[in-house]
Design a protein around this ligand. Structure first.
Ligand code: PLP
Length: 393
């Protein structure tokens, strides 16, 4: 039935499994293993486990299964595998799919740990990786070869919020028989249509909007049943990156309010971007939902909305950025995103500190750049807080 329901309804109800007690809130099955009635039943389950039969929590657990089913229903995927963190999902999807000799094309603007997995880990196991400017379709077309096994990109890059055209890159990859893996964190499941636009595999760090309240690390890989159960599951269950039942419960509760939070955050982000446009102390406001974003038409087509994160580039470099951050009273200085609380980050000295200067320059990570992950607080308080902090710059 959940197939006909709208995403917001699916995010509240899909995948629910009630015990004999009929509990309203999803039960947390804090158990590592399961008891078999007989030796024959144990043997049969190891041959093939049914949908409500579990063996060991690293392989699967009822609370985790509820979260996986709800995520798959929300994203419109056949199946999902939940992981211990977003990076367990990114590395698990890539490592389970690829083998020595394979070729991968990836966007260059990546979350630091994603870059490490592609540049340092995969290459160590004989995978060849070509990096391209994710916004340059000609570069993708030139880099994807007949023997390319996969392409990987973040649909919106961090922290400069460049958008990759999922539809166009997927077509180029399909032509060469390469799988398309999309890290979709900034798009959120609320604004994403990545699978419909041609992605084969969608990955989320559920640490971000899905928990959205700063409580737990988690991740999820979504794709066809064949890919999730035959490729991802054997790798994940034997290498140990599965999600814990308690985390799955936190994420299930997060999904119930995901749509409300992301809509409120997006509306606040839109208001902040509008209030800051043309501000004398800011060289550049980057918000995918704004008319001034260079890829505004693509954003409208791909997501319909600009999402929950904006970046501002302050005149006056690091000094100005630090004075601004230290003047903020409602938001907090931290490095998570997608949270109910407004979070401010200075990428050049924190999340992207280790990048050499030439790479920072190439990615547009200037000393004045501040990333603002907009929360669900009252819009007028947030705008006033930011304008007040700018006065102190
Ligand atoms: C945070 C993040 C990750 C990693 O997720 P964790 O849950 O921190 O492991 C991967 N990709 C992107 C785009 C992210 O923002």
């Amino acid at each position: 039935m959940t197939g006909q329901l709208k995403p917001r309804t699916r995010a509240v109800h899909a995948g629910t499994r009630r015990s004999q007690y009929g509990e309203v809130s999803e039960a947390i099955f804090l158990t590592q293993g399961f008891v078999y009635e007989t030796a024959e039943a144990a043997e049969a389950r190891f041959v093939e486990a049914g949908p409500d039969e579990f063996i060991y929590a690293r392989y699967g657990n009822p609370t985790v299964a509820m979260f996986e089913e709800r995520m798959a229903a929300l994203e419109g995927a056949e199946d999902a595998f939940a992981t211990a963190s977003g990076m367990a999902a990114v590395s698990g999807a890539l490592m389970s799919l690829l083998k020595a000799g394979d070729h991968v094309v990836s966007a260059r603007a990546l979350f630091g740990s994603c870059l490490y997995v592609l540049e340092e880990v995969l290459t160590r196991f004989g995978v060849e990786v070509t990096f391209v400017d994710g916004t340059d379709l000609e570069a993708w077309a030139a880099a994807i070869r007949d023997d390319t096994a996969a392409v990987f990109f973040e649909s919106i890059s961090n922290p400069t919020l460049q958008v990759v055209d999922i539809d166009a890159v997927s077509k180029l990859a399909r032509d060469k028989g390469a799988k398309v893996l999309v890290d979709n964190v900034f798009a959120t499941p609320v604004w994403s249509k990545a699978l419909a636009q041609g992605a084969d595999v969608v990955i989320y760090s559920t640490t971000k909007h899905i928990d959205g309240q700063g409580r737990a690390l988690g991740g999820v890989i979504l794709g066809t049943q064949e890919f999730i159960r035959k490729t991802v599951e054997p790798y994940m269950k034997h290498t140990g990156g599965s999600m814990s039942p308690f985390t799955a419960w936190v994420m299930l509760k997060g999904l119930e309010t995901l749509d409300l939070r992301v809509r409120a955050q997006t509306s606040n982000a839109t208001a902040i971007a509008a209030a800051l446009a043309g501000h004398e102390k800011i060289a550049r406001v980057i918000y995918p939902g704004s008319d001034h974003h260079p890829q505004h038409a693509l954003v409208a087509r791909q997501m319909g909305q600009g999402g929950t994160v904006l970046s501002i580039d302050l005149n006056g470099g690091k000094d100005a950025a630090f004075r601004f951050l230290n003047g903020i009273e409602v938001g907090v200085i931290s490095n998570n995103l997608g949270d109910a609380k407004t979070i401010m980050t200075h990428p050049a000295t924190t999340t992207h500190q280790r990048l050499p200067q030439d790479q920072k320059d190439a990615l547009g990570i200037s000393d004045g750049l501040v990333r603002i992950s907009v929360g669900i607080e009252d819009e007028t308080d947030l705008v006033a807080d930011i304008l007040r902090a700018l006065e102190r710059v």
